[in-house]
Design a protein around this ligand. Structure first.
Ligand code: PMP
Length: 436
């Protein structure tokens, strides 16, 4: 057996069947730089999954490596619980420099652990402690993580404490309306639920939303809807939690995705790119919510010095090089080109996204019910085939959406014009091959 095959075979025997990425991406990465991953079999891939949006600067960016090396060479302790250190101080200062002004000036940070889901748990617990209430408002199609609280707030899950509200979407709008009017209908529905003395619900502890749903199939919330959610929650003293785990650090064309609407949430949940490819998750929140006792939210791994150094270097690089602006320009261009591609491929039902968070929803045009006005049904098998055809052409993409029918592109923000062309060429070829 080659190294490549041997590793794949041993892992598939020993690893739980619950593993996900390795099933659809049978590669054995041994080296990586920027957009490119090299496998043990010598094959090279353009990585448009980027750790589900983690790698804002791509793999092994020199400024990230340099920051990590500096900590390693300094003799600083690598494990230090959550004690104050110069590395942590530098990270916090850099992070606060990027935050919406109200949070930067009057906000607090809680280091939560390695994973996004840790920070979601902290956010849910924080607003429950601060309000003394328990119920939570969350949205259809949401993804917040795999631990109990985060999972309960994610779409599809059933939990007595969570009330699920419709997330606005143009394509497959639950009201069959779409656009601003569909979003306004969704907002009214939320208001009625909170205010109806008979059919309504008790005052909840908070509302948690993603400014752009990622795992849910790349669905950007309209800015007007975001502002309505802010108004609805603020006027009823319900803390608003923005989960920016995937949308943060320039990904959507602004440093934080809430900037598009100007909404300042009470709590921001941050992970993925803030650790510069290493594990790090925090919440930042309005000072007034800080009602919990010392020790109320602990955890051993909240002081990852390497992640803080890599994260600070990443945040600074994105800010100094205006990579959010770059993501906006390049993302808009790529969306336009994908919309052009959709004209030739009836199996592309929708192309959408914000910045370099892009989704292509594949459908089965032959099963379209023209009399209903609904879009054709999703085509998960086709999406899986496109993913495999991409892989054959050396392109890594991820799937998302309720039916796994959405091909997602999350390239690094450092993507060059030439690389963007290569990515779209390979995707177009893969689509043509899979749709044949
Ligand atoms: N929230 C959002 C919006 C996410 O996209 C994810 C991960 N895809 C999470 C939370 C959970 O993060 P993690 O996988 O690091 O626990």
């Amino acid at each position: 057996l080659s190294t490549h095959e041997g590793i794949l075979r041993r892992q598939s025997l020993r690893e739980s069947a619950a593993r996900t990425y390795a099933r659809s991406l049978p590669i054995v990465p041994v080296r990586a730089r920027g957009l490119t991953i090299e496998g043990a079999d010598g094959r090279r891939y353009l990585d448009c999954l980027s750790g589900a949006g983690t790698l804002a600067l791509g793999h092994n960016h020199p400024v990230v490596l340099e920051a990590i090396r500096k900590v390693l060479d300094s003799g600083a302790p690598l494990h230090i619980l959550d004690l104050a250190t110069p590395v942590k101080d530098a990270f916090t200062t850099e992070l606060f420099a990027t935050l919406p002004r109200q949070l930067a000036e009057h906000g607090r940070i809680q280091f939560c652990g390695p994973a996004g889901t840790d920070a979601v748990e902290a956010a849910l617990k924080l607003v429950r402690t601060a309000t003394g209430r328990t119920g939570m408002l969350a949205f259809t199609g949401a993804y917040h993580g795999m631990t109990a609280g985060a999972l309960a707030a994610s779409g599809g899950a059933r939990d007595a404490g969570v009330t699920r509200l419709p997330y606005p979407q143009n394509y497959r709008c639950p009201y069959g309306i779409g656009g601003e009017r569909g979003a306004e209908t969704a907002a009214r529905w939320t208001e009625n639920l909170l205010d109806d003395p008979k059919g309504g619900i008790p005052a909840p502890a908070g509302m948690i939303l993603e400014p752009v749903q990622g795992e849910g199939g790349v669905i950007p919330a309209p800015d007007a809807w975001m502002r309505r959610m802010r108004e609805i929650t603020a006027s009823r003293s319900i803390p608003l939690i923005a989960d920016e785990v995937q949308t943060g650090v320039g990904r959507t064309g602004t440093f934080w995705a809430v900037e598009h609407s100007g909404v300042v949430p009470d709590v921001m949940v941050l992970s993925k790119a803030i650790g510069g490819s290493l594990p790090l998750a925090v919440i930042v929140y309005r000072d007034g919510l800080d009602a919990w006792e010392p020790g109320a939210h602990a955890g051993t791994f909240r002081g990852n010095q390497l992640a803080m150094a890599a994260g600070a270097a990443t945040l600074a690089y994105v800010r100094e090089n205006r990579l959010a602006d770059r993501a906006a320009v390049l993302g808009a261009r790529m969306l336009g080109q994908l919309q052009g591609l959709a004209a030739d491929h009836p199996c592309i039902g929708d192309v959408r996204g914000r910045g370099l968070m892009i989704g292509v929803e594949l459908v089965d045009p032959e099963r379209e019910d023209l009399s209903s006005g609904n879009p054709p049904p999703p085509a998960p098998a086709l999406a899986a085939a496109v993913q495999q055809e991409c892989l054959r052409r050396g392109l890594i993409v991820e799937l998302g959406g309720r039916h796994s029918g959405v091909v997602r592109l999350l390239p690094p923000l450092t993507l060059t014009d030439e690389q963007a062309v290569a990515v779209l060429d390979r995707l177009a070829d893969a689509l043509a091959a899979a749709a044949r």
